[in-house]
Ligand binder design. Structure first.
Ligand SMILES: C[S@@+](CC[C@H](N)C(=O)[O-])C[C@H]1O[C@@H](n2cnc3c(N)ncnc32)[C@H](O)[C@@H]1O
Length: 203
């Protein structure tokens, strides 16, 4: 599958614009939820869509040997570079839909609140699967579309506006997308009702 470059450029532009206000506006994901993911980030770790680096201070050198963080927005990455991190770290400008890493490079591939924005999430998840070692793990903390009678269709209705303004989709079916990408689903935990989920998968 090919990357839709004009869609990708348009989402990147939104995040370049959002970067200035991101840290002060983003209150949705609580730090202890982030710790539930980052605390399991063992070995050589790839963080997709590292953003302004909110997770970076949470990595523990006792668990994480090395961290590579990627994002396609230079303005978000600039902010990430100002954040402290206790593990050896490299930040790179890169599209999650076309990673430049070799197959089976990382022990852990993780993302927090990213597959709501990646223009083609299944393509991005296939790339996560490719660069993860066969015995590695893929951890995703994501808000998803609610499968309920009124609120679900309402999310569908509002999604074009949310995406046009922020670059974020509010109705992504990320659990289904993980399966569509051919990943092996290990476990899905509800973190905040059934709106925010922690997905554990294997390549
Ligand atoms: C909602 S923010 C989350 C940032 C960070 N993970 C956090 O938890 O605060 C989504 C991030 O994903 C990045 N992103 C979206 N699509 C991407 C892609 N195709 N490749 C790389 N980064 C992408 C955006 O630039 C943005 O920094």
């Amino acid at each position: 599958m090919a990357v839709d470059q004009s869609h990708t450029d348009s989402v990147r532009r939104k995040y370049n614009r959002n970067a200035v206000i991101y840290d002060s506006m983003d209150r949705m994901i609580k730090e202890d939820w982030r710790l539930r993911v980052i605390g399991q980030a063992r070995g050589r770790v790839l963080e997709l869509g590292v953003g302004t680096g909110k997770n970076l201070p949470l990595y523990d050198p006792a668990v994480t040997a090395e961290l590579v963080g990627i994002d396609f927005s230079p303005a978000m990455l600039w902010r990430a570079r100002q954040k402290p991190c206790r593990v050896p770290m490299t930040l790179l400008e890169m599209d999650a839909q076309q990673l430049t890493f070799d197959d089976a490079t990382f022990d852990t591939v993780l993302a927090t609140c990213v597959f709501c924005t990646v223009p083609d999430p299944v393509l991005g998840l296939r790339e996560a699967r490719r660069v993860c070692k066969p015995n590695g793990q893929i951890l995703l903390l994501e808000h998803v579309r609610l499968d309920r009678p009124v609120i679900g269709p309402l999310m569908d209705l509002l999604d074009p506006f949310a995406a046009a303004v922020t670059g974020t989709h509010i109705n992504r079916r990320t659990v289904e997308n993980v399966r569509l990408a051919g990943l092996h689903m290990e476990r899905v935990e509800n973190v905040k009702g059934d709106l925010v989920k922690l997905i554990h998968a294997r390549p």
